[in-house]
Design a protein around this ligand. Structure first.
Ligand code: NAP
Length: 310
């Protein structure tokens, strides 16, 4: 079995940064990538708030730069999905695909995936009208009406993206104020001819036909109780994120939403297992904070390894 100082699981901004720091410190590292380097930023059209890019940078361009930054460093890379992590500090066994790897420390950077809305038919219509990625699927709805659900940064950002493609965007939110950034709200307000805000409203049902897939949604105003059908061909769901932690032992403490609880040094409740980025319980989920978490986790893992060697 190959042995590594650190297994880094996930290759978004947190995982890439952790790998970069540990490899530069001379540690042996295996990076489990599963998807291409970049993680969620690959699903983002433009990042406007990553320092150093005052004009914004396309998600795939930043992902390419991240990948280029670790090119040439001695890092073992695996595309296998991690199935389990067992053992204890200094002696973890990470199983991925058919293989097992011995690792002294583990840094979990697996991020989060979009949470489903939980409405009848959502599963069945995924790929036939229901989507969780405007950048991937938006083009299928060129010049057609679509709806977006949610009131966070994802919903606002993706509504702005879809407004450039679709004939009309209904932005459905269960309250009458958004939690997403004011700058996105202002941009949406300037597009009021294209983007209609459907506030205090939830999606009660999906309408579909066998051939066309989704044909509409029924929204209900939670204040008046009034229902309203909206004719849309696409529904983009952005109602929050779910962390990817199923491969971890139950001893690793989670918060009520399932995100991993860490201290300020990114240590989880299990010594030797660190967490960085969106998988972690925290207030601010951004590419830049994920990168910062990755650097902190790498440094904390390095200090721990020095103690193990002493
Ligand atoms: P989020 O911030 O958790 O927002 C989820 C939204 O969905 C909230 O507005 C919530 O409503 C609504 N919601 C939750 N459950 C719902 C349900 N069952 N039915 C209808 N609506 C529901 O999630 P996110 O927008 O995906 O963002 C996740 C994290 O990534 C955040 O920290 C965000 O700031 C960050 N992010 C940042 C950027 C950026 O900076 N450019 C871009 C994307 C994401 P309430 O408001 O009523 O709770």
């Amino acid at each position: 079995m190959s042995t590594f100082d650190a297994a880094i699981i996930g290759s978004g901004p947190a995982g890439i940064t952790a790998a970069l720091y540990l490899a530069r410190s001379g540690c042996s590292v295996i990076l489990f990538e599963n998807l291409a380097a970049g993680g969620q930023i690959l699903q983002t059209e433009v990042l406007e708030n990553y320092p150093g890019f005052p004009k914004g940078i396309k998600g795939y361009e930043l992902a390419d730069l991240f990948a280029a930054h670790i090119e040439g460093l001695t890092i073992e890379r695996s595309r296998d999905a991690v199935d389990s992590v067992r053992g204890q500090v200094g002696n973890f066994v990470v199983s991925a695909g058919e293989k097992e790897y011995a690792c002294r420390t583990v840094i979990v950077c697996t991020g989060a995936k979009h949470r489903p809305l939980g409405v009848e038919g959502e599963d069945r219509l995924q790929g036939r009208g229901v989507s969780y990625c405007a950048l991937c699927d938006g083009n299928f709805y060129r010049n057609q009406p679509v709806a977006v659900v949610g009131g966070g940064n994802s919903a606002l950002e993706e509504s702005l993206y879809l407004a450039k493609i679709a004939s009309k965007v209904y932005l459905i939110h269960r309250r009458n104020s958004f939690r997403g950034a004011q700058i996105y709200q202002d941009k949406l307000a300037a597009l009021s001819d294209k983007v209609e805000l459907v506030l205090d409203s939830v999606v009660d049902g999906l309408q579909a036909d066998l051939i066309a897939g989704l044909t509409g949604v029924v929204v209900r105003n939670v204040v008046t109780g009034e229902q309203r059908p909206l004719k849309v061909n696409g529904l983009f769901v952005y109602v929050g994120m779910e962390p990817r932690t199923a491969f971890l032992p139950p001893e690793v403490e989670r918060d009520a939403q399932g995100f991993l609880v860490t201290d300020t040094e990114m240590r989880t409740s299990v010594p030797g297992i660190f967490a960085a980025g969106d998988v972690r319980s925290k207030l601010c989920r951004q590419a830049v904070t994920a990168a910062g978490d990755g650097a902190t986790a790498a440094q904390a893992a390095f200090v721990l390894m020095e103690q193990l060697h002493a």
